[in-house]
Design a protein around this ligand. Structure first.
Ligand code: B12
Length: 127
C-alpha cells in the first residue's frame, strides 16, 4: 500500500519499552488509507533511533501508539526528548489509551477518525 503512494512520509512506532503492536498496526492501516507513505519501524524503538530515521528520510510526521501500561512520566520524558531533537516541521501524533492528554508540540488524538482527518489535511498541505 505504501510503495505506490506519493503522499507525505509518516513514520510509525511505539516508545521504548512498549511492546504492544496491534494498535500501531491499525494506525499504520489508517495512515496508508489517507494516501500517506508508511514507514513502519515496529514497536519499542529507542528515541535516538526514531530521530535518526526521521531526519534522514524527509518525514512529515511521526505517529506513536501508546499502551496503558506505560509510565506517564517516562512517556512525557521520551516525547519531550523526541520533540526537542526533531526538526520543528516534523509533526508528532500520539494516540492509544496511554497517550498524554496535552503536551506542547505533540498532537494527541482520541480516535482514528480525528487522526484520519488531521492526516488528510496534512497531506493537502504537503502536496
Ligand atoms: C496483547 C497484549 C500484550 C502482548 C502484546 C503483544 C503484541 N505483539 O502486541 C504482550 C504479551 C507482549 C503484553 C505485555 C504486557 N502487557 Co499487555 N496487553 C495485551 C492486550 C491483551 C491486548 C492489547 C491489544 O493489542 N489491544 C488491541 C488494540 C487494537 O487496542 P489498543 O492498543 O488499545 O488500540 C486502540 C486504541 O488505543 C487506539 N489507538 C492505539 N494506538 C493509536 C495511535 C493513534 C495515533 C490513534 C489515533 C489511536 C490509537 O485505537 C485502537 C483501536 O481502538 C491488552 C488488554 C486489552 N484487552 O487491551 C493487555 C494490556 C494492555 N497489557 C497490560 C500489561 C500490564 C502488560 C504487561 C506490563 C504485563 C506484564 N506484567 O508483563 C506487559 C508489558 C509489556 C511491555 N513492555 O509493553 C495491561 C495494561 C494495564 C495498565 N493500565 O497498566 C492490559 C490492559 C491488560 C490488563 N487488563 O491488565 N501485552
Amino acid at each position: 500500500m505504501s510503495e505506490r503512494r506519493e503522499g507525505p512520509r509518516v513514520l510509525l512506532t511505539t516508545l521504548p519499552g512498549d511492546l504492544h503492536r496491534l494498535g500501531l498496526q491499525m494506525c499504520a492501516v489508517i495512515t496508508a488509507l489517507t494516501g500517506a507513505r508508511v514507514m513502519y519501524l515496529g514497536p519499542d524503538t529507542p528515541v535516538e533511533e526514531i530521530v535518526r530515521t526521521a531526519s534522514g528520510e524527509s518525514v512529515a510526521a511521526i505517529s506513536i501508539s501508546i499502551a496503558p501500561n506505560m509510565d506517564p512520566g517516562q512517556v512525557t520524558g521520551n516525547l519531550t526528548k523526541l520533540r526537542k531533537h526533531l526538526d520543528s516541521n516534523i509533526e508528532i501524533a500520539v494516540g492509544g489509551t496511554g497517550a498524554p492528554s496535552k503536551l506542547e508540540g505533540i498532537n494527541t488524538f482520541d480516535s482514528f477518525k480525528e487522526y484520519y482527518n488531521w492526516l488528510s489535511h496534512l497531506r493537502q498541505i504537503n502536496k
